[in-house]
Each structure stands twice: as structure tokens, then as C-alpha cells.
Design a protein around this ligand. Structure first.
Ligand code: FVH
Length: 297
């Protein structure tokens, strides 16, 4: 079937907030869409819109050449798909369930043993963004499978292939999420601190916090450059770790004084302290990237 001419039939397994958005987007783009979910009522609105409800997981898997799974986690994925594994033969499993790189690699092997193609995906979007240009989904695994279904995958988002190792999409996904959670942690601490005084938090967030976070992204290329270059001389730092350590200590002291829990930020003091006195101590926060990597055995 030429996926550019005839919309490929798709099965979506898992109709939580994200799975529903995926299925609705395929449906709106004209793909014959079969859906399955543990709690069947979550399929009702999709079925009313033209989706086919699979009564069993085997029926769901055999309905389409492309089977998209979007479930809570990998144990749930296997609980659901293991009994239907043989039905996957000759089909492609596109797994958009959040997990670790090792879980993705193991599931790629599991799929191959059942004669199925496999792509692992990391969704960098929230459900309302699916089908919109700003959504992005990262894929890894078989390049051939990605090329075969790229047009269909682009229905959901800008599809981005990141490599043949099935664990890469998950690694990138978790890395990007770790950056997001770090940013949320810092922003939460900032709002809690300012919120201890009579301040307009909405105004603070809009006029100071958001522009500040945007402005600080200029440092990201510097962090990336420092990564892996610890033996090289790097230009003189404009924000040396000694200075940063004082700022973190002051944040901790002020937080204690304002009755704000320091847990979200105080952990930064340890690697910063370790950074001071290292031979690469003039390399700014970039040194932290190397510092937290544990040596491989
Ligand atoms: N929602 C989001 O913002 C994020 C955006 C980035 C990607 N994530 C990942 O997408 C996966 C699914 O997330 P979700 O938002 O759809 O999650 P829920 O709404 O909680 O739906 C969970 C689905 O998993 C089913 N499920 C859970 N436990 C079981 C079980 N023991 N047996 C069978 N199915 C199970 C659940 O079914 P039900 O509760 O409706 O019957 C939903 O279909 C996830 O990996 C995110 O990290 C979303």
C-alpha cells in the first residue's frame, strides 16, 4: 500500500489523554482507525467519530499493518501485548510509551522475535499539540520502517528520526524531560520565594521569570561545548563556579529565612563545590556536565 496515496489503516492501543489525541488525529486525517483500551468507554467518542472498536487485543492488532501503542509504562505494554505477540507478525509496532532505553531495546528484540517491525518513539508534546506544527515526536529503530511510515507519522507531528539504536528516542526523550523538570523545579522555587511576600505572582511569572528563562538559554551551547573537553583549555569563564556556589548558598540561606523548602535547589551545591578546585574550574558550569557522569566500568 502506498501511504502517500491511501491513508494507512492504523490501530491505537491505549486511549489515555495521549492515545485519544493520537487516534483522533489519525481519524481526522482519513486513516481507517481501530482502537482498543482497557476501559472501553474511553473509545466511545472516537467510535462516534468513525473509529472501529476492537473487542479484543488480537482483533486490535490484526486490524492494521501499523499498530501504535501509547500506554502508561512498559510493564502495562507487555501485559497487554504479550498474549497477542504472534499476531504482530508482518506488522509494525510503533511504541510511544514512555520508558528507558533498555526497555525500548528489549521490546525491539521482543518484536523482532515475533516477526514484527519496531519503532520506538518519544513524544515531545502534550495532547492538545498533537497534529499541530509545534509537536515533535522522536523515533529510533529501523530506518526502513521509519521511511515506510514517515508520511503517516507526520500526521501526528514533525517526525524526527534519531538513530538505528531503538533506545535512542527514549534516551533523548528522558534527557529533554530531565531539562524540563529541572527548569520546573527552579521556576517553582522562584515562585515560592517571591510568593512569601505580597507580590503579584502572575505578573512576576510573565514579566520577569519567563523572559529570564528564555534569556538563560544562550548558555546552552556553552554547556554543550564543555561536555567532553575537560582536558582542553577553555576561554576565561565569565561566571566561575566559586561565584555560582556563593549564589546557591545565598539562595539556601534566604529560602530558610523565608520558610521555603530548599530541597529543589540545594542539591546543586554539591557538584558546584566539587567543581571548585578542579583543574578545569575556570570552565564555568559546563564542567558540571562532565562532573556528574560516572566512569563506565
Ligand atoms: N499526557 C502527556 O502530557 C504526556 C506527553 C508526553 C508523552 N506521554 C506519554 O504517553 C503515554 C500515555 O500517557 P497518557 O497521557 O495517555 O496517560 P494516561 O491518560 O494516564 O493513560 C494511560 C493509559 O494506560 C492504560 N493503562 C494503565 N494501566 C493499565 C493496566 N494495568 N492495564 C491496561 N491498561 C492500563 C490506561 O488504560 P485505562 O486506565 O484508560 O483503562 C490508558 O490507556 C505515557 O507513557 C506518557 O508518559 C504523555
Amino acid at each position: 500500500m502506498n501511504e502517500h496515496e491511501t491513508p494507512v489503516p492504523v490501530t491505537v492501543i491505549g486511549l489515555g489523554a495521549m492515545g485519544k489525541a493520537l487516534a483522533a488525529t489519525f481519524l481526522a486525517a482519513g486513516h481507517p482507525t481501530t482502537v482498543w483500551n482497557r476501559s472501553q468507554s474511553k473509545a466511545d467518542s472516537l467510535v462516534a467519530g468513525g473509529a472501529m472498536r476492537a473487542a479484543t487485543i488480537i482483533e486490535a492488532v490484526t486490524a492494521s499493518p501499523l499498530v501504535v501503542a501509547c500506554l502508561l509504562d512498559y510493564p502495562v505494554l507487555h501485559e497487554i501485548l504479550d498474549p497477542a505477540g504472534d499476531a504482530l507478525a508482518g506488522r509494525t509496532l510503533m511504541n510511544l510509551t514512555n520508558g528507558t532505553p533498555d526497555q525500548a531495546r528489549e521490546t525491539a528484540v521482543w518484536a523482532a522475535q515475533r516477526g514484527a517491525g519496531y519503532l520506538d518513539g518519544g513524544i515531545m508534546a502534550v495532547p492538545p499539540m498533537i497534529g499541530q506544527p509545534e509537536a515533535r515526536v522522536l523515533y529510533s529503530g529501523s530506518r526502513h520502517v521509519f521511511d515506510q511510515y514517515e508520511h503517516t507519522l507526520n500526521r501526528l507531528s514533525a517526525a524526527m528520526y534519531v538513530g538505528a539504536d531503538p533506545g535512542l528516542a527514549s534516551l533523548y526523550d528522558l534527557a529533554l524531560l530531565s531539562a524540563m523538570y529541572g527548569q520546573f523545579a527552579g521556576a517553582s522555587h522562584a515562585l515560592a520565594l517571591v510568593g512569601t511576600e505580597k507580590a503579584d505572582l502572575t505578573e512576576f511569572a510573565a514579566s520577569l521569570l519567563a523572559p529570564w528563562l528564555t534569556a538563560t538559554t544562550v548558555a546552552l551551547p556553552l554547556l554543550a561545548q564543555g561536555n567532553g573537553t575537560s582536558t582542553q583549555a577553555v576561554e576565561e569563564s565569565v561566571s566561575p563556579p566559586d561565584m555560582q556556589a556563593v549564589a546557591i548558598a545565598n539562595i539556601v540561606t534566604a529560602s530558610n529565612a523565608q520558610n521555603v523548602d530548599k530541597a529543589l535547589l540545594s542539591h546543586l551545591a554539591i557538584p558546584l563545590r566539587d567543581l571548585i578546585g578542579q583543574s578545569a574550574h575556570d570552565r564555568d558550569l559546563a564542567g558540571m556536565v562532565d562532573l556528574i557522569k560516572k566512569p563506565t566500568e
